[in-house]
Design a protein around this ligand. Structure first.
Ligand SMILES: NC(=O)c1ccc[n+]([C@@H]2O[C@H](COP(=O)([O-])OP(=O)(O)OC[C@H]3O[C@@H](n4cnc5c(N)ncnc54)[C@H](O)[C@@H]3O)[C@@H](O)[C@H]2O)c1
Length: 270
């Protein structure tokens, strides 16, 4: 899809990968609705983009961790710019560790933000897209959705769910004009990988493993690759080519792959 003149929505757009995606789509000529719960940084992105092209960006402070939050965002985006050509569910959290230390609330929050938000958004976009015979749904999952996340059950499970949902969406609606792309990066240089207030989350428990497994890319590099994939209308964005090698090893021999992952876990936690 050529994004010039199109209306796009990007969640988690106040920081990191989402901010880079918003800038990239905007540079391609798109109108961009930027959404996040971080109002301060969100408004700065909106002002930055509108200074480049008047009335081309619109900030919606939203919590996409509930169905109502997604509905309110979609309604606000449509009221401002009309038909949503492309919706990008990027917001995510790196919450939770092992079974002993992760409470129910943390599991539920991770499920809502990393997985159910994609479903809630798609649910409220699909009617209009099917009527129009076109629409583009993008999501940020993770390499953890293809492999696993050392140290975090909730992150591994929700990101696998995000990949599965994107695949299912493409299978179910692809022949009715709905295109789907999902992003599965390893390390990207954002607050999630390098949190300013390091707490016991994915970054702490698994960030070492992520950094040990390959290059850490800049958000703008990832956004460029996503943009090219959207132009080509391909499904998977895998900015770290080594992930493909790891995935092939996993498919070829799961027991051997699991042993290797246990060794990596021992190395980063010891
Ligand atoms: N950084 C990495 O190494 C890496 C690797 C693989 C996948 N990812 C994924 O990339 C996506 C973007 O993360 P990032 O690395 O840019 O981190 P980030 O922390 O810089 O950005 C995440 C953004 O999502 C927003 N957000 C979180 N929960 C929200 C909610 N309920 N409602 C609205 N906004 C919310 C945050 O405020 C933040 O602006 C996430 O889905 C993450 O899981 C990141």
């Amino acid at each position: 899809m050529n994004l010039d003149g199109k209306t796009t929505v990007v969640t988690g757009a106040a920081n990191g990968i989402g901010a880079a995606l918003a800038r990239r789509f905007h540079a391609a000529g798109a109108r961009v609705v930027v959404a996040d719960r971080d109002a301060k940084n969100l408004q700065a992105i909106e002002a930055e983009l509108n200074a480049i092209r008047a009335d081309s960006a619109f900030a919606v402070v939203a919590d996409i961790g509930s169905e109502q939050g997604n509905v309110a965002l979609i309604d606000a985006a449509r009221a401002k710019f009309g038909f949503i050509d492309l919706f990008y569910a990027n917001a995510g959290v790196g919450m939770g560790t092992d079974l002993e230390s992760t409470d129910e609330e943390t599991w539920e929050t991770a499920m809502n933000i990393n997985l159910h938000s994609h479903r809630w958004a798609a649910k409220h976009l699909m009617g209009e897209w099917l009527a129009a015979g076109e629409g583009y749904f993008c999501s940020t999952a993770s390499a953890a959705g293809l492999l696993s996340q050392i140290g975090s059950g909730p992150y591994s499970v929700t990101k696998h769910g995000a990949v599965a949902f994107a695949e299912w969406l493409s299978i179910t609606y692809g022949d009715r004009g709905v295109r789907v792309t999902t992003l599965c990066p390893q390390g990207v240089n954002t607050n999630m990988l390098n949190p300013p207030d390091a707490k016991g989350d994915v970054a702490n428990s698994g960030g070492g493993a992520v950094k040990a497994s390959g290059a850490v890319l800049e958000p703008s590099e990832v956004a460029d690759i996503v943009y090219q994939t959207i132009l080509d209308e391909r499904f998977l964005v895998m900015p770290h080519p080594e992930v493909h090698t790891y995935e092939k090893r996993k498919v070829d021999d799961r027991d051997r792959w699991l042993s290797g992952m246990r060794r990596l876990q021992a190395r980063v936690s010891g």
